[in-house]
Design a protein around this ligand. Structure first.
Ligand SMILES: Nc1ncnc2c1ncn2[C@@H]1O[C@H](COP(=O)(O)OP(=O)(O)O)[C@@H](O)[C@H]1O
Ligand SMILES: [Mg+2]
Length: 229
């Protein structure tokens, strides 16, 4: 499975930190040594990790005041050596961290959450161009978009129009069939420093977010997610 997972994109508020934190938590729950690298000045992923009582994976908060590309690449390479899986949240803009991480061969896969609205989807053209440049250096990089925050009634339409746009306008980005729905449990779990699996596990209600994240996990890793009891 991919050992270097980059969660990034040009738009803010698309769910990058939420996806990064859920994946880091889920992958570590499968017995792997995971490090989450937060490169966003808002430190959303780092704060999620700080809220977790059990530090079952490590988290590194990158500096923003000075950006040293060699140091950043070295951090990513060291993480890849020292951990089974490295999850990087680069934050929401065309940043130096995003460009450097895309081009670094410690990263195998880019997952870019995107909301199903045209003003968000059209930014994928720029991301596709960044990927085009990066793959000259990181030749094995695999790149995917993940349509997130779909209206619960409109998943199919959202996915179809996003897929259509990506097919037509993007040369490098592919799309996951799996989408995530806009559901309050995603926000509630995040606020508690829990993955949706942990959050929904102790509730008696719907486990819809867990089901979606497990399918995402399978798409990304090629492995079934095992719920630990
Ligand atoms: N599928 C979802 N359902 C409900 N809320 C979501 C979902 N995805 C993201 N959010 C919420 O949207 C906001 C932005 O998400 P965040 O992960 O911080 O975005 P980003 O890191 O891309 O800026 C947060 O309040 C988050 O909890
Ligand atoms: Mg974020």
């Amino acid at each position: 499975m991919a050992r270097g997972i980059l969660i990034g994109g040009q738009k803010g508020g698309t769910g990058k930190s939420l996806v990064a934190c859920n994946l880091a938590t889920m992958i570590s729950s499968q017995g792997m040594d995971v490090v989450l690298v937060d490169c966003d000045i808002q430190a959303t992923s780092y704060k999620f990790w700080s809220r977790r009582s059990e530090k079952d994976f490590d988290c590194i908060l990158e500096r923003h005041d000075v950006f040293d590309i060699a140091k950043f690449e070295d951090t990513l390479q060291q993480c890849r050596i020292n951990y089974d899986v490295l999850v990087v949240d680069v934050g929401g803009q065309d940043s130096k961290h995003l460009r450097a991480a895309l081009a670094c061969d410690a990263i195998d896969v880019l997952l870019s959450p995107i909301q199903p609205s045209f003003s968000d989807i059209e930014t994928l053209v720029h991301l596709d161009n960044l990927v085009e440049s990066a793959i000259q250096f990181n030749t094995e990089l695999d790149t995917y978009c993940l349509v997130n925050r779909c209206h619960y009634n409109h998943n199919v339409t959202s996915r179809k129009s996003a897929l259509g746009f990506i097919d037509k306008h993007c040369k490098n980005l592919k799309s996951f069939d799996q989408t995530l729905t806009d559901l309050i449990a995603y926000r509630q779990a995040f606020g508690k420093g829990q993955s949706v699996i942990e959050f929904e596990d102790v509730r008696n209600g719907s486990k819809r977010c867990s089901a979606e994240m497990q399918l995402l996990y399978k798409c990304l890793t090629g492995r079934n997610y095992k719920v630990m009891t």
